[in-house]
Design a binder for this molecule. Sequence first.
Ligand code: UDP
Ligand code: MG
Length: 325
Amino acid sequence: MDTVFFVVPCYNEEEVLPETSARLRDKVASLQQRGMLSPESRIVFVDDGSKDTTWELIAQYHAEQPEYFDGIRLSRNEGHQNALYAGLMQVRGLCDAAVSLDADLQDDINAVDEMIAALDAGNDIVYGVRSARETDTVFKRSTAHGFYKLMSLMGVELVYDHADYRLMSRRALEGLAEFKESNLFLRGIVPMIGYPSTKVYYQRGERFAGESKYPLKKMLGFAAEGITSLSVKPIRMITALGISIFAVSIIILIYSLIRHLTGHTVTGWTSTVFSIWAIGGLQLLAIGVIGEYIGKIYLETKARPKYIIQEWLHGDPNSATDTRS
Ligand code: UDP
Ligand code: MG
């Protein structure tokens, strides 16, 4: 029997937590009854610096049912990826495997049965992959597909239509801990861990309450993060662009010499002005892209912590084996 921890990052999720905690607890209880999960299995909510009553709710669930609920409180909002990572790193020594999923339960929790079966069959990483996107808004669907296109164009290999719903075995989590980069893009890093892996398909539902914590601005930031932390292709593209523009400039040089020799020097104002703007724009763009990478290097060399844990509710608060810190 496996001890599986369910790690759920939560940012301002007071609207969904009552429902989510009940549904997850019932799921864990039913899996335990069927002998698929050990009694030590539990749900770990990671509060990512929420501004609402999320942490109070988590503390309440832990106080009422410590056999089902743990809580980790980050000292501030660090973003979904870091919150998830914090949870996984905190529990990795305590479980045989961890399943990561969103607080809004858009990912069908019934896929967990298959994930555990796949774990028992010898897989270390089981990717939850959505089989359809009917429930998404047209906007979300097209931006998501644009995202995968862009990523593959930039040389980042991702599991298509897999978000962060996945099961990772203990040794896969240990593997993840070896990746020391502070710019975290889990979807890109997890496949690099290796070990046997498989996919489980599920239907993704709608968020049943509250609104998305991933507005367009965060999504764009997420895509930029993914590209620059996993690929150097943009820098190569700039080099290629530089070479082709240099080639063009030689043609222009020959052209202007011919114009000069044939006595048409005053004409060509349009092309001059155009080139100034075009070259200026391209240079700024190129500097910007290179700056992104230098910024990344700067942050990596600082080796700042990805998160700081303010509180950890784990184990039974009333028993002598309380492991709270
Ligand atoms: N989340 C988080 N920190 C953030 C933003 C989001 O921990 O800064 C969590 C959020 O609580 C949820 C998950 O990340 O559990 C996914 O967010 P959401 O469902 O809003 O994203 P969407 O499904 O719209 O892409
Ligand atoms: Mg969601």
